[in-house]
Design a protein around this ligand. Sequence first.
Ligand SMILES: Nc1ncnc2c1ncn2[C@@H]1O[C@H](COP(=O)(O)OP(=O)(O)OP(=O)(O)O)[C@@H](O)[C@H]1O
Ligand SMILES: [Mg+2]
Length: 218
Amino acid sequence: MALPAQSRPAALPARGARRSPRTIALVGIDGSGKTTQARELAASLIADGFPAAYRQNAGGRHWFGRIAVLLGRADAEDLFGRRGTLAVESALRWLAIARTLLRRAVRREIAVMDRYAVCQYASLRAHGARPAAERFARPAYRLFPQPDVTFFLAVDPEIAQERIERRGYDHESIEYLRGATDAYRSLPEYPGFVVIDANGTPDQVLKALRAELGLDQA
Ligand SMILES: Nc1ncnc2c1ncn2[C@@H]1O[C@H](COP(=O)(O)OP(=O)(O)OP(=O)(O)O)[C@@H](O)[C@H]1O
Ligand SMILES: [Mg+2]
């Protein structure tokens, strides 16, 4: 599939893909480097002449956490309850993805997406939601097309925790990060993910992503 024209190149070669990717999703546990890599990958594609854009499909948990702290609570779940937080997160992420896909259609850009629908299924599982919650969420998210490629940033939970602590604006327990890893691996979508070793330096991870897209040597 030819990409929307810019100076060069005409198409993004993707190894083994039937057509050039127009939606690239980065998923993985907190601290795996999704935001860092989605920004870097979009910037590198733009530098190569592709009409790429970084798009964040956030569920609002970070901001609700901040509001909760301002209101004297520990975190979002302390303010809204676990089920309330998951419901709000599911709705906000749905809206964010809808907005991303609309923009992609209008601007004919390659959307490099920081999270996608599968992150919500993993979040529901990792936060111990009842199976009914995922059964309710899935039909709503199924309206969205599958990304052309979904990169799973595989990181050791201990490394992810260190990164989150260094980042300094939130905390995640090692139990939660391990549970979140298991949640991603348990998803029926997991076999379709392109697994990237995300334990290395940002440059190493970016190189691996670009190699999978057929842009650089592995
Ligand atoms: N490969 C890396 N090596 C070392 N530090 C990294 C690497 N990738 C990202 N970081 C740093 O680790 C922290 C977490 O990265 P980032 O925010 O990109 O993760 P994330 O997957 O988006 O997390 P969240 O799910 O919480 O949004 C950031 O401070 C970032 O600068
Ligand atoms: Mg992030």
